[in-house]
Design a protein around this ligand. Sequence first.
Ligand code: SF4
Length: 508
Amino acid sequence: MTHPVIPIVANPDALKGDGVGCHSGKDQLAAAARAAGKSDTLDQYAQDYPKGPHDQPQSMCPAFGSLRVGLRMKRTATILSGSACCVYGLTFTSHFYGARRSVGYVPFDSESLVTGKLFEDIRDAVHAEADPSRYDAIVIINLCVPTASGVPLQILPKEINGVRVIGIDVPGFGVPTHAEAKDVLAAAMLRYARTEIGAGPVAAPANRVTDKPTVTLLGEMFPADPMIIGMMLGLMGLAAGPVVPTREWRELYTALDCAAVAAIHPFYTASLREFDAAGRVAVGSAPVGHDGTEAWLQAIGNACNVEQALIDAAKNKMLPAIKGALSAMPIKGRMTLSGYEGSELLVARLLVESGADLRYVGTACPKTPYSDADREWLESRGVHVQYRASLEQDIAAVNEFKPDIAIGTTPVVQAAKELSIPSLYFTNLISARPLMGPAGAGSLATVINAAITNKPRMDTMKAFFGDTGEGDRAGVWEGVPVDRPEFRAETRRRMEKAAKKRKAEEMI
Ligand code: SF4
């Protein structure tokens, strides 16, 4: 198949310098992307995902969020366009997290990037993949360098052989976290589905089982949570709709065809814009703990015009059960909490209601109106809430509050363990548990209380190992490691010289 070459704005600048990507060259890439016609996209991202101290990936590549959403969707092919090292890392991570799909990749080199041939290669790849017997949709994701070079995914055909084509830019210099990258793809799909609905009748979802008004659930959650929420909604004559990001294309239609949207994860700004455009009301927070469930049932009931008597009946049924579960499984101890999933404030509420002495919550996600109620509730109980928390802030909180347990991201857990403070990974051990309603109340206590009792073991290990393996002495050595301050000084001198040289070149 041949196509005329579509010239793109050549950006050799995007490949200059001492390295481009999340480790350096962010400003250079962003400037190159703007010069290449991506200003609208970057401006929209800046509005949707306001930056803070955590404006640079401090965890995984943000594009992982979009990739994961694509890979989890049935009959969807996901293709990456980016540097091989980025694609290697993203592919590795997606399989580490159990993706059972292939990740598509359109490679490039300097020449194909600056001549526009990369766009042609992408278009050929999309045409080759567009088999309606296998796919409903093909997602193609521009990573940092193709975005900076202006590879124009927006001019790909919107549909080939009945297969929808969705091209998105997800650069690390425009989308701060992988959580928000999920929103980028979810919103692009919702927008496409909304356009389809506007154009005429669409296919009914295969698994629609209710005629009741539904509440769409925004944000990934533990598989039991939508069922628990559905049970609570049933008491008010409502039903749980699909979870967005959805697992199949037709669920997007059901998601849009809802009575209200529950913004369980509050950072889905672009997706909420699509629901707003469809005339749907959104409700923040979630049914976590006693107070959270009480407020949420009321807010959802109001949004869906449910009679107060039904709302009260639902509360009367659920709230005593939640209170009982919370008091049966108390959590005792001082703690800090940090994560990048978007559910941090909800988990924090549950911990406080379980009796924990929580001092600090750090989330990599931004402040949005949909987490205001949670923030206010936590702050009124003396918890410091830090949006866009940097790793340095999370670790500073551990140092300051000296918790009995630190719940956090991998580097926070590592830092806490070095201080012999028991710690738990937020993503693997906390956010992978039910949080909602009576199932959530008490679900965290066992794992947290057990971890707190590990303190004597941590102390024993610390006493045994001392400062072995710390700092420069980490790794495997045949002899006793020797400090080499002169090497460190020489490295610093070279880095300063290189920085000065770069600065001088910029001024030319
Ligand atoms: S695509 Fe991801 S891994 Fe690659 S440079 Fe950008 S942020 Fe870093």
